[in-house]
Design a binder for this molecule. Structure first.
Ligand code: GTP
Ligand code: MG
Length: 139
């Protein structure tokens, strides 16, 4: 995948709260172009695989239960400096510590239901995008 791309998921709490469209609008307003997008319900198996890096963390089971509690929207986004700019747009993992104007500050309630995911490196963006999309699903 090109270095000007990142991967995101709008998480189940945000979908259930009716924020999917508002969050996508923030993403587009910030200059990201959507180059792939789908809604899907993650199976427990898929969620465990996606978050395997956290499998030893104490919150792993809570994370899997939450991420499978309803559908997510997965997307690939394009912009110069995509990974870092998108992490800035979504804000701190804990919405209580997220800056004003960030997506987590506006649309997340807690660290365990924090509305949105953003890849933390170009390498992980490519891995995570490939987890959710085939090549022919990406513009
Ligand atoms: P992502 O963009 O979702 O990867 O978040 P992040 O990179 O800001 O945080 P990290 O990768 O460290 O954690 C992944 C996800 O695990 C977070 O987004 C939270 O949903 C969840 N998480 C992190 N810390 C905690 C915690 O202390 N308790 C619970 N329940 N969940 C946590
Ligand atoms: Mg992370």
């Amino acid at each position: 995948m090109k270095n000007n791309r990142t991967f995101t998921m709008i998480k189940p709490d945000a979908i259930q709260n009716g924020y999917a469209g508002l969050i996508l609008a923030e993403i587009e307003k910030a200059g990201f172009k959507i180059v792939a997008m789908k809604m899907r319900q993650l199976s427990t198996e898929a969620a465990k695989e996606f978050y395997q890096i956290h499998k030893e963390r104490p919150f792993f089971n809570d994370l899997i239960n939450y991420m499978t509690s309803g559908p997510i929207v997965a997307a690939i986004l394009e912009k110069e400096n995509a990974v870092l700019d998108f992490r800035a747009l979504i804000g701190n993992t804990n919405p209580e510590e997220a800056e004003e104007g960030t997506i987590r500050k506006m649309y997340a309630k807690s660290i365990d239901a924090n509305a949105i995911h953003g890849s933390d490196s170009d390498e992980n963006a490519a891995i995570e995008a490939a987890f959710h999309f085939d090549n022919d699903e990406i513009i």
